[in-house]
Design a protein around this ligand. Structure first.
Ligand code: NAI
Length: 336
């Protein structure tokens, strides 16, 4: 099959080509650096499948443009599908496949890395030591042992994060619309309401999908419920935080630390080297000024094991569609 790979980076090429070669090279990839949009869709002319990532916007217009020129499969190389208009895809008869799970530990470990770096001020210490400044003022650390960690969403990543934080001797609180008694017993966590989790946790970490219900889940009211000086970690999707409310809470000192791997407007920033250009996003620029904020550019998934798993599952979706017309891990439009 001809496959147009949007938002293609050298590392996508490396892992997808390796997976394709291992399967006997049944597919021919075309590498398109641009994000998918109505105009860039034209670059996929003749490709039966379009392979997309988190910041490709598969809205009705882009999907129609792909469909008009022969695309029949949208193969997401990510788990989340909030960027695909599934209703439009169904109307056009486009199949959608995704990678439901790939090393959830990779994202959970990255969330833990943000906790440790912020808690022990590693991002400040690294720069200081390189400049010959060995003073400790301002580097006073946060002990994890005995702290309460609030986990919002106990799916694959949330559970992996719970296991890690449990290992540090943290008390584990969780909130999920589908609490699971087995998970609670196995991981030693306690399910509580969201307000209770916010009020009791020293560290709050988001591990739920972006849906209408979780959009701006952490707004001014939620932040006000959090303990003064608490830490907030978001490795899920940027839209779950009200960024202006977060900035206000950082300015007042109520929010003690913020660790982000995602940002609501990241499509214009992340995955590109913009170091020689002027940053146009004033909200993001403000976030960067805080000493107690640590931001990474959506790299939670980016480990060798996870990239291999993404490529292999994507190949599985392409193969299943090529032979049976249905991807291995299909995503369907919401009913009703
Ligand atoms: P999952 O589907 O295994 O688990 C999600 C959990 O969230 C489920 O238990 C669900 O019941 C729960 N949930 C749904 N609505 C909720 C709400 N309103 N409040 C609390 N919990 C709620 O998903 P998984 O694999 O654990 O991934 C979680 C999220 O992590 C993804 O949706 C994605 O946005 C993000 N992610 C980030 C990556 C990165 O590189 N930073 C990579 C992969 C995923």
């Amino acid at each position: 099959m001809r496959v147009a790979v949007f938002s293609a980076k050298p590392y996508d090429r490396q892992f997808l080509e390796a997976a394709n070669a291992a399967a006997g090279a049944p597919h021919r990839f075309e590498w398109i650096e641009a994000h998918l949009g109505p105009r860039s869709a034209l670059q996929a002319a003749g490709a039966e499948a379009a392979c997309l990532f988190v910041n490709d916007r598969a809205d009705a217009e882009a999907l129609a443009a792909l469909h008009d020129q022969g695309t029949r499969l949208i193969a997401l190389r990510c788990a989340g599908y909030n960027n695909v208009d599934l209703t439009a895809a169904a109307r056009l008869g486009l199949a959608v496949g995704r990678v439901p799970a790939y090393a959830p530990e990779a994202v959970a470990e990255h969330a833990a890395a943000l906790v440790l770096s912020l808690g022990r001020r590693l991002h400040k210490a690294y720069a200081r030591v390189r400049e010959g400044n060995f003073a400790l003022d301002g580097l006073l650390g946060l002990d994890l042992h005995g702290r309460s960690v609030g986990i919002i969403g106990t799916g694959q990543i949330g559970r992996a994060f719970a296991r890690i934080m449990g290992g540090f001797g943290c008390r584990l609180l969780a909130h999920d619309p589908f609490p699971d008694a087995g998970t609670a017993a196995r991981l030693g966590l306690e399910y509580v309401s969201l307000p209770e989790l916010l009020a009791q946790s020293d560290i709050v970490s988001l591990h739920c999908p972006l849906t209408p219900a979780t959009h701006r889940l952490i707004d001014a009211e939620a932040l006000a419920r959090m303990k003064p000086g608490a830490m907030l970690i978001n490795t899920s999707r940027g839209g779950m935080l009200g960024t202006q409310a977060v900035i206000a809470a950082l300015k007042s000192g109520h929010l003690g630390h913020l660790g982000l791997d995602v940002y609501e407007e990241e499509a214009n920033l992340f995955f590109e080297d913009l170091s020689a250009t002027v940053l146009q996003d004033d909200v993001f620029a403000r976030l960067l000024t805080f000493p107690n904020v640590l931001i990474t550019g959506h790299q939670g998934f980016f480990t060798a094991a996870a990239m291999r798993a993404i490529a292999e599952t994507t190949l599985g979706n392409l193969q299943a569609f090529a032979t049976g017309g249905i991807p291995l891990h299909p995503v369907s439009a919401p009913s009703g």
